[in-house]
Design a protein around this ligand. Sequence first.
Ligand SMILES: C[S@@+](CC[C@H](N)C(=O)[O-])C[C@H]1O[C@@H](n2cnc3c(N)ncnc32)[C@H](O)[C@@H]1O
Length: 460
Amino acid sequence: MDTPPVIRLSPPAGRALLTWNGKRLPAPLTVPPAIEVERSGATGRNMLIHGENLAVLTWLLANGYRQRINLIYIDPPFGAGIDRARRRRLRGSASTRLVAVPDVEYHDTWEDDAYLQFMYERLIALRDLLADDGSIYLHCDFRKAHLLRCLMDEVFGAERMLNEIIWFYPSGGDGERQFNRKHDTILLYARSDRWTFNYDQVLIPYTPRQLARFRQADEHGRYYWNVNPRGERVKTYLRKPGIGAYDVWTIPIDAALVRDVGYPTTKPPALLERIVRASSRPGDLVLDCFAGSGTTAVVAQQLGRRWIACDVNPGAIQVTARRLRRMPQPCDPASEGFTIVQIGETTPAPRGEATIRIVRTDAQITITVEGYASPALTTVSGDLSDWRCMVDEILIDPAYDGRLFRPTIVDAPQRRSALVSGVYTLDRRTTGALLAVKIIDVTGGEAWTVAPKDGETLTF
Ligand SMILES: C[S@@+](CC[C@H](N)C(=O)[O-])C[C@H]1O[C@@H](n2cnc3c(N)ncnc32)[C@H](O)[C@@H]1O
């Protein structure tokens, strides 16, 4: 048997500052296999990767991405000491009912030493992926921010630290034994001394009151005001359309979006928008290897950047893919479509069971989903007689090649009160020899059916 290739990582750039039990440099990493399993849209240039991220980063390093990533944003588990519960809702008239799924979305309980070694290995690999003018944002909170800052200093060099950003999210909740904890910390580091920072893309617009001061125009028509804040007479011109952004950001959490996305730690798109605009250009490559609900990928796609997003949790891949499929087609062809790739060993989504009837006539093929059952939903009380309240999406590839699923019929209603249709009529001339149907339920279960185009009426 051939020995799989291995990848060696560069040593950290800075001085070692922090130590822990079992601290060690990463051993050479064996390159895992990868398979493309699904493609949406015209091109598969953007990648949604299901896999453990050290394996994924190793694969990227071995496949031409070394120093090719322009921007990295990561939002790893915070070491909160709790496992993040899966919180999903039924659809349709039952859409206000939270589904009790006996499952966690992801684990966030760690021993300090294990957490630090986990982050250390990934940060070293991420540094090797980062382009010379690239930068990395590491999102964390009070639990680990101080430790992660030391790790970042060691891996990237303390002189590469650009900002400690404070994201303040005003919201409910009272701290009665200490001050309310309402901010996260985002550490921004550059790969070298020539990082990208698009200052003009993140200006804070002037308030009408500030603008009102600039009412005098000089002989060239440029506006200025002639008293500075200390009351001295100096000409201050309005040179830019706003004020340079601060390192304290007040961005509220959009509760409706969090509910709709259905992932426990979704970040606001406005937060990622500021990061992507500031530190990348259209067409650049953005990476998030703790993707969760895929906010980075969604925003990168919206802003015409290419992206790679990865998560170990099959539920995260489903949620991200759903958000991306619902997006309007972007105008920039560089960001069109995405491909789902599995790297290394992955945990499959739980299996649901569907009853599907396929009726063929000379001109048409009609696929009718007649029922759906998910093992995870047996714990839910109440009326589940309309199976559609359990189903988030139905995807159909009318010309399945037996290898890569390319759904061209996507029934994924946006509003939670809306239901999938369940009946799909295909023109026989546009179908291939095999039809493939995938059903994804609200708890993250999946049912998968492949049927020949020709043959008798089939019921699964
Ligand atoms: C805080 S969430 C990210 C949330 C994301 N920023 C968003 O807006 O939805 C952290 C994610 O990291 C993922 N994760 C944890 N360990 C991982 C690993 N070793 N490889 C890949 N993903 C991992 C978890 O499954 C979880 O989805």
